[in-house]
Design a protein around this ligand. Sequence first.
Ligand code: HAM
Length: 462
Amino acid sequence: MITKPKGCHDLVGLEAKKWKYVDKVIDSLMEKYNYTYARTPIFESSELFHRGVGETTDIVTKETYDFKDRGDRSITLRPEGTAGIVRSYVENKMYGEPGPVKVYYNGTMYRYERPQSGRDREFTQFGVEVLGSNDPLVDAEVISIPVLLYKMLGLKGIKVKINSLGDRDSRDNYREALIKYFTPHIKDLCEDCNDRLNKNPLRILDCKVDKDSEILKNAPTTIEYLNEESKNRFEEVKSYLEELEIDYEVDPRLVRGLDYYNHTVFEIEASVEGFGSNNVIGAGGRYNGLVETLDGPETCCMGFATGLGRLVQALDLEEVKLPIIDDIELFVMYVSDTEKKYAASLVQYLRANGYRVDTEYTGRGLKAQFKQADRLNAKYLIILNDEDLAKDEIKIKNNKTKEEETISVDYLLYFLDEHLSEEEYDYDFDDEDECHCGCGHHHDDECTCGDECHCHHEGEDE
Ligand code: HAM
């Protein structure tokens, strides 16, 4: 038997339904924020990531999937989404449009990591990038996107950590301070950190080997080295976060593992018990120099990405019940060949009219078809028989109450309209009457979410 590669997953069954639901919520949320969907190639020329993500990052030195294609070109499977979006922005001269350009993506990324819970070799990121604005409001708004997404999905335990790396001058000063601080201790750190000392001392701070070392814990923090302008900018970002009612804490040791950041950086942790060490479900920051590094004009940018695997894992650990569809509205049953022919066209007709319908495909007898309909959680059964069809009639049975009626075929759509009310999940959180907590309840359903929930139940005050 051929098995899947290490660190990859098959997304099937209930798990796939959860992900599709999350995708729909993402698309809906992005419409509200007015971001446009963007899809860039899964593989790009290797140089893009070497220049974009940074030569000294773990991602580029240890984790990329690199290969030569048949034309002898160096190709890399994308380890993240930002570099590709920036390449596309420059290549398509999107800087010529009135800015800012606001895009989002949702796709697979590849890193050759040591597979463990929350750390895969193929994983999916939903991310956004705003290109062409240095407004601190953009920083706060970008941070608000994952916060609102997690809330809409019903995730409760999150912690937002922010920091500022400052502008180029502040970063250079900080770099010098780190070299000075680490030089006398460097022999006590790993081989990679020795290598990083002069190339990129910031990378020592997110070393996976030395992460618990006292030397790292006592290192100088970025905040101490921010110049006046960077400090003021960080204050503005924080004040906008407060305006947007986003709880955060400043973590002066947060530096992030990619080279392109400056000013604001942030991470969002899932605080639910049982998550393990890979509990950062979303992260991002400002990268004002990357467009120039990739041969574009000076452009200020901000973005973030969230790993959907870690997000769904957090939802599972919090036992959030997503309102996924796990039933069908109608199951069409038949026995004879003529009934089957009729079933085929009826099923087609009902689907074209917007109903979720299934039928029999494996030659089961009527009794087994009833069982199959139950397995599929069918709400109504249409039981065809030649005698009824000769009179243009069909039997329809409520699979819950077991009430059965014989109705004229012409009346079927009216019947369904009356009996199958719109119960599809609705993630349109703009609707005032809807629950904003992500529990999936409609305003007139009984909600069991408890105190955190602001469901507006009919006839009750909010
Ligand atoms: P990152 O921190 O490398 O940032 O990844 C963002 C998120 O992707 C992580 O917080 C995590 O949820 C998920 N993730 C990363 N690596 C893995 C993995 N091996 N397995 C499972 N999930 C993973 C970036 O990628 C930046 N491009 C974010 C950004 C966008 N900054 C600005 N714009």
